[in-house]
Each structure stands twice: as C-alpha cells, then as structure tokens.
Design a protein around this ligand. Structure first.
Ligand code: ATP
Ligand code: MG
Length: 421
C-alpha cells in the first residue's frame, strides 16, 4: 500500500482537485484507492457529492479515538464512491482536533496508526491536506511514504514551493524517516508566456523531483468538482481527464522507488536556458502551423473509415481553444489504409522509439521521426489485428498518454492497445 500525501501550504494550487481526480484514475486502472480528507473545509466530500449532513462518522472521530479503549475504526467512516474508490470524509469539526489533542504525546502519529489497519485493503491511499502547517498536515506527512506537491504555474509558485519543501525536509529530519517528495505542475497554460517560463524554471531547478506529467488548466476540472463528480465521470474525453490518466499511469509505473536526492540544483545561467517550446509572441500562429502540419501528415495517410478520429481540418481563423483541440486530436494511434500512424507529444525528449508485439518489443527497430515542436510520428504497415505497444522516451517505457485503451502485461505494467479492422 502506497500512502501519498498531497500537500502545499499554498491555498488553491489544486491539492483537492488532484486527490479527487487522481484517485478516480487510479481506481479506473484497477488500483484499490482510498482518499482520506484531512482538511476541515471538507472539499473532498463536496467534490464527490457526499452530503455533509449525512456524514455521521468522519476522520475527526477516527483520529480523536485512536489509542483509546474504543477506537473508531477507519472503515466506519468510509464511503464507497465507485468501484475501487473509497473516501473517508472530513467535516468542519476536524478544525477542533488540534485543540482537543493538545499536549497528547504522538498525536501526529494517529493517522498512520489508523491506516495500518487497512494496509491489505488498498493499493493507494491519497491524503488531502489543508493549506496550513499544523497537526493535520503533520499527520499527513507522518503517515505518508510519498508526497505530491502540486504547484500552480503562476507568478508566486516558486516562492511558495521553497517554503513547502523546507517544511517537508524539517519534518523528515525530525522523524528520521525518508519521504519521497515529487512536484506536479498544475494549472499549466501553454498559451501564456509566464506559464511556459515557470514550467521551464521548475524543470531547471527541480527536474529530478518532478513528475514528467503535468496538469493543464482545463475548465472541465473546475466544473466537475462543482458538480460533485470526478472528471472520469463528468467528461472522460476532456484534456483534464487525459492529463490525470497520464499522471495515474506514471505514478503506477514509477512504483514506490525513491527519487534522486532532493536538493535544488544551482540556477542555470540565463544563456543556457532552453528555448521555450513555442515562441512567445507568435504562439497561436505557430501552434496553428503545427496543427496544419500534423493535419497534412494525417491526411496524406488517408484515414480509414471506422473507429479512428477524423483528421483535424484546418480552419481559417481558429480560436485558441480550437487550436488546442486540433493539436490534441493529433496524438495517439490511428488506423489508415496502409497501416497505423503513431503520434506522440514528447517535448524536450532526445530520442523516441516505439516497441510492440509487431516488432518483437524491440524499440531499436522503430525510431520515431521528429515532426516539429516535440511531435514525433511513425507509420507502420500493420494489417488487421490487435496490437499492444509502448513508447520508449529517452530510455523510459511509457504507455500512450493519448490512448485510453490499455491492458495489463505480465510484468504488471500497462500496454496501450490499438485494434485495426
Ligand atoms: N488544472 C486545473 N484546471 C482548472 N481549474 C483547476 C485546476 N486545478 C484546480 N482548479 C481549480 O482551482 C481551484 C482551487 O483548486 P483546489 O480546491 O483543488 O485547490 P486546493 O489546493 O485544494 O485549495 P485549498 O488549499 O483551499 O484546499 C478550484 O476551483 C479548482 O476547480
Ligand atoms: Mg483543498
């Protein structure tokens, strides 16, 4: 069982959004997942349509009674959200816990104790924490083996981040336990210069501790939470859902192994900074040119009738949203008359290869070609059949983030699947 706290002192950086939707995607990938809300704001229950007035036993009662003669079992506070997806909600009474447990020894160890009881029941426990450092966040960090620090790619994100990382380091030192800390960029907007600069800066300073996945700004994520649904139910075709599917798969794939030492790198000299993926002023123009190029590439392969998506048609004056949609539609694997075209977005990759049952899982036999701006493509002459494949990006094997069709392989990893009729 992997216990992961999602924490950042900064409010509104997406902790709850990440917990709710990551859990939904982990559950969808067959991982038995428990969300524990440690925030008295109770946003997890709100975001998953669990009515507060019907919550009789919440995390507060569990923590309050741990270590007593009659501890309240975590299962009494557990709500089933969907298959593989459970929630232990919080209510406003959780805010009084710190006061109630004042002076009690090892009070921050109570959550860890309660979770011990369900160790065999879940593959993942995700803990949502409040935007303050106090007993609740300390309990989350005490119980966790891993921490996800969501960072919004806005102006003050780097400042808040250093503070949060310092706090986690201090906690780790005081408990002499090792906690794996990784950063997830959230609320990313490729169309703003600031967003791109912040992401580049984050990668420069904390590259080793960052997830490769990031979560784009997507209004569907906001809407889904306000309607009490995870994104997997509200809009499975949205880019928000795709981001979380990709993130869940990355999290599963990396397992619980420790990342490299977590020390900030010295800031690189300005001259050595990599150029942003898309030039500043002409962003939309270049993004459209990119979509046009990819449209031509796909049109030249004559898309088959059938389940494949239609090639995105160039439009004279597309809005930024249309541009974004067109670019997203390009990615994935699609059947064409004389084979299958694979297209992957791998910004900043040096080498991208394709391996599958069609080439004996030997990536050296299928290097992918770079189209432009991090788009890689390859057409293989595959006839009708069902094919399993993975990409190998700079030596790392990944499933296709744009293809929701997957199956588990004998090693417990996921292969992407494409059917050609
Ligand atoms: N990737 C995203 N795209 C669009 N909206 C987002 C995204 N991530 C978060 N939001 C929105 O930003 C707001 C803050 O997100 P959220 O509540 O998850 O933050 P938080 O860190 O849990 O906040 P708090 O510290 O108050 O608990 C919410 O309205 C949420 O819907
Ligand atoms: Mg929250």
């Amino acid at each position: 069982m992997r216990i992961i706290a999602v924490a950042n002192q900064k409010g509104g950086c997406g902790k709850t959004t990440i917990v709710i939707n990551l859990a939904a995607c982990l559950a969808r990938e067959g991982q038995r997942t428990l969300v524990v809300d440690l925030d008295p704001q109770g946003h997890c229950a709100l975001g998953l349509a669990v009515p507060e007035e019907q919550i009789e036993v919440s995390i507060a009662e569990v923590l309050q009674t741990q270590g007593s003669d009659q501890p309240v079992d975590l299962s009494r506070a557990t709500w089933q959200i969907s298959s593989n997806y459970d929630l232990v909600p919080a209510k406003t009474n959780l805010a009084q816990l710190e006061q109630k447990l004042a002076g009690v020894p090892n009070r921050e160890g109570r959550l860890a104790l309660a979770l011990e009881m369900v160790r065999d029941k879940y593959d993942f426990v995700l803990i949502d924490s409040p935007p303050t450092i106090g007993l609740l966040t300390q309990s989350a960090l005490h119980a966790a083996d891993e921490v996800i620090v969501p960072v919004d790619t806005g102006y003050f994100s780097l400042h808040g981040l250093s503070k949060q990382l310092d706090t986690i380091r201090e906690l780790r030192a005081s408990h002499s336990r090792s906690i794996r800390v990784r950063i997830l960029a959230n609320l990313y907007d490729v169309r703003t210069k600031l967003g791109r600069e912040i992401l580049a800066e984050l990668r420069k300073r904390h590259g080793d501790a960052m997830f490769s996945s990031f979560v784009n700004f997507n209004t569907k994520l906001k809407e889904s939470t306000s309607l009490g649904q995870p994104i997997t139910e509200y809009d499975p075709a949205s880019s928000g859902c795709r981001d979380f599917v990709r993130f869940a798969r990355e999290l599963i794939a990396i397992g619980g192994e420790a990342p490299p030492a977590f020390e900030p790198r010295p800031p690189a000299r300005a001259a050595a900074a990599p150029a942003p993926a898309i030039a500043d002023d002409s962003l939309i123009r270049r993004a459209n040119a990119l979509a046009d190029d990819a449209s031509r590439l796909l049109a030249s392969t004559q898309t088959l009738l059938g389940p494949g998506r239609p090639a995105p048609a160039p439009s004279p004056t597309p809005t930024p949203e249309e541009t974004e949609r067109r670019i997203e539609m390009i990615y994935g694997a699609r059947a064409v008359t004389d084979g299958v075209v694979f297209v992957l977005n791998a910004l900043q990759a040096n080498s991208v290869r394709l391996a599958g049952d069609f080439n004996g899982w030997n990536p050296d036999r299928a290097p992918m070609m770079h189209l432009r701006d991090g788009i890689y493509h390859l057409k293989l002459p595959l006839g009708p059949g069902r094919y399993r494949y993975r990409y190998v990006v700079d030596g790392r094997w990944i499933t296709d983030p744009a293809n929701l069709a997957v199956e588990t392989n004998p090693y417990g990893d996921l292969n992407s699947v494409i059917e050609v009729r």
